[in-house]
Design a protein around this ligand. Structure first.
Ligand code: UD1
Length: 328
């Protein structure tokens, strides 16, 4: 049994590689290293450099390494960028996934785990969503991911492959042992931007929109620690291997924090009162998106262990300091 992790050199994928390698699994990483880093890949995994959408190439990788499962992280993830450059998202997310899925089917891969997103729901109001909440993505990013969800459902109905879709809410934090974290220099993630500002790598930061229909007027998100998110992947893989049906699950804690609350937490954890400006709304952003996370707990027995905003911020902040030392 060898697991192929696409995007294994990236933020979330590199944590999956650690989790699989820690469990003694054989892991092959497929990454084009456009946004990921080879140094982020644990030494116990093998890196194959290339594109997840290159069907012939992936077919060879599957055959050569006797791949039985694929965990597919590779893709583009920035909501506002998808509004400006939708075709990039339909290429890197939808078209790449289509070819990867075909290579998986042809290569006899048994199980496929896909990184989807809360962005498939779109504007949901302030109540937490469940998996049955109507899907109405408001960005090309959300639509590019939803199309892959649909493809997987159609393909699994026609071929002997089972899949798990995990809809991520706002993934943040870093490996508590300090082995990996969010390393993209110009990442747009709120917690990363705030940590970088606290550390003086940015002069200031902005709050994107203060006139939302939320308690303090700023955007509300359900921040989930990357290590808890990865545990859901491991449990899902276990379930699929045991013969479990294909399934779609929200990965969230069920508690939303506003942009102001997150910034205050970063200020408290870092001990730095950095400059924050109030700016206009960012295109493609919903006011609030949180989920109950009940189904993932029930179905997989998932129990979050890092569901504390202070801990999320502390691990992200520690990682940012590590990156500064590393890049000196
Ligand atoms: C993030 C993910 C997306 C995922 C979604 C799920 C990234 C890059 N995006 O999007 O893939 O589908 O969660 O909910 O990982 N903000 C500021 N100032 C900043 C940066 C952000 O005010 O400098 C605000 C945003 O307007 C938003 C919140 O902070 O209200 C979170 O933004 P961000 O961290 O960029 O994540 P999402 O856009 O929610």
């Amino acid at each position: 049994m060898t697991v192929l992790v696409t995007g294994g050199a990236g933020y979330i994928g590199s944590h999956m590689v650690l989790r699989l390698a820690d469990a003694g699994e054989k892991v092959v990483v497929l990454d084009n290293l456009v946004t990921g880093f080879d140094w982020a890949i644990d030494h116990r995994a093998e890196l194959v450099e290339g594109n997840a959408g290159d069907m012939d190439f992936v077919g060879k990788v599957i055959a050569e390494h006797a791949i039985t499962e694929i965990v597919h992280f590779a893709g583009s993830i920035v909501v506002p960028e998808s509004v400006e450059n939708p075709l990039k998202y339909y290429a890197n997310n939808t078209a790449t996934s289509r070819n990867l899925i075909e290579a998986a089917v042809k290569g006899g891969v048994k199980h496929f785990v896909f990184s989807s997103t809360a962005a498939v729901y779109g504007m949901t109001g302030l109540a937490p969503v469940i998996e049955e909440t109507p899907l109405n993505p408001m960005s090309p990013y959300g639509r590019s991911k939803l199309m892959t969800e649909w493809m997987l459902a159609d393909v699994a109905a026609a071929h002997p492959i089972t899949y798990g879709v995990l809809r991520y809410f706002n993934v943040a934090g870093a490996d508590p042992a300090g082995r990996s974290g969010q390393s993209t220099p110009m990442a747009t993630h709120l917690i990363k931007v705030a940590c970088q500002t606290a550390l003086g790598q940015r002069d200031k930061m902005a709050i994107f929109g203060t006139d939302y229909e939320t308690p303090d007027g700023t955007g509300v998100r359900d921040y989930i620690h990357v290590t808890d998110l990865i545990e859901a992947h491991a449990l899902l893989l276990e379930r699929l291997r045991a013969g479990g049906d294909s399934t779609t699950l929200n990965c969230a804690y069920g508690r939303g924090y506003s942009v102001r609350e997150v910034i205050d937490t970063v200020k408290a954890v870092s001990g730095v009162d950095f400059p924050v400006e109030e700016g206009p709304r960012r295109p493609g952003d919903p006011a609030s998106i949180t989920a109950t996370g009940e189904r993932v707990r029930k179905l997989l027995g998932w129990t979050p262990r890092h569901d504390d905003l202070n801990e999320i911020v502390k691990t992200a902040f520690d990682w940012e300091q590590h990156l500064i030392r590393r890049n000196r």
